[in-house]
Design a protein around this ligand. Structure first.
Ligand SMILES: C[S@@+](CC[C@H](N)C(=O)[O-])C[C@H]1O[C@@H](n2cnc3c(N)ncnc32)[C@H](O)[C@@H]1O
Length: 279
């Protein structure tokens, strides 16, 4: 997937009117139902929310919850520690290297979860939004999770994010600098992303926020199962090319949302560093 332009368009001519949702043609015909997908079946699929029940009160309630969450995060020692970490000259330089000549890096959020049902996804989205507000070098935010409801999609759009209408299975290629924000995703989704970007120029354009790859490597000794190793082969192969910066989650309030998470930067010098990963 190069760059997806298919996003959910929520039209509201007048703020007092009800939202109208404009679905793509294919989305109208076919609903996406989450199911177990084998790698061979992982073609891009058009997607539309399964939960289409919504009303202005429900959207307002969720928006208020999000606003409280954004405030909570912004005022927290957790966030200030995270900012201090980003703002060290060494780490800023890592972001700017990925940026290169471009003015900003687009953010793609995969695997957010339900912001209506759970606080960790709300805190994770709050962090993404606050980082974008803080740093002019973070560009537009696109979001995809197959479980997003229509209410959540509308609130995400009202918060300035675009909801993708295609399940890319994490396979977006970094044709320009990209920040992939993938809090607590399944290993397969990180592996898909790395697989789709297994080229020097592409990996060097990526900043990834997500689970610790070092932890995945350490866990491997526990798995005798070759299917598990196979589904993580790009994660494991990337370890020697990755600089990982863990974030501090000592505060109880933020532990559930961010434990074991960190920033990943890829420093790939030559094509020769990228051995093909067995298929
Ligand atoms: C372990 S949950 C994490 C949810 C949330 N970020 C949290 O920390 O509680 C992984 C999420 O990935 C989502 N997911 C599964 N397949 C996906 C795909 N192809 N693209 C984006 N998200 C996906 C799931 O629906 C689920 O919400």
């Amino acid at each position: 997937m190069a760059a997806s332009a298919k996003t959910l368009i929520c039209e509201k001519a007048n703020p007092t009117e009800e939202w109208t949702i404009v679905l793509p043609r294919r989305g109208r015909q076919r609903r996406y139902l989450p199911k177990v997908i084998t790698p061979k079946q992982q073609e891009e699929q058009s997607w539309a929310p399964v939960d289409l029940e919504t009303n202005p009160e429900r959207e307002l309630k969720l928006m208020q919850k999000m606003q409280l969450c954004i405030q909570k995060l912004e005022n927290s020692p957790f966030f200030h520690t995270l900012l201090d970490q980003i703002l060290t000259p060494e780490n800023l330089d890592r972001f700017f290297k990925v940026l290169g000549e471009e003015l900003n890096m687009q953010m793609v959020i995969y695997g957010l979860g339900s912001i209506e049902s759970f606080e960790p996804p709300r805190l994770q989205l709050s962090l993404a939004i606050v980082l974008k507000r803080k740093f002019s070098w973070i560009g537009d935010i696109e979001v995809f999770d197959p479980i997003i409801s229509l209410t959540e999609a509308r609130v995400l759009e009202a918060l300035g994010c675009s909801v993708l209408l295609v399940n890319e299975h994490g396979r977006r290629q970094a044709l320009r600098p990209m920040l992939f924000f993938m809090p607590h995703c399944e290993a397969e989704l990180y592996d898909n992303l790395l697989h789709a970007n297994w080229r020097v120029d592409l990996l060097n354009r990526i900043v990834l926020f997500g689970n610790s790859f070092e932890a995945y490597e350490q866990q491997m000794s526990m798995f005798r199962n070759s299917t598990v190793a196979d589904s993580r082969k790009h994660i494991l192969a990337s370890r020697r090319l990755t600089k990982e910066l863990g974030i501090n989650t000592s505060s109880d309030d933020f532990f559930r949302a961010f434990h074991g998470s960190g920033w990943h930067f890829f420093t790939v010098g030559h094509e020769a560093d990228l051995h093909p990963v067995g298929v």
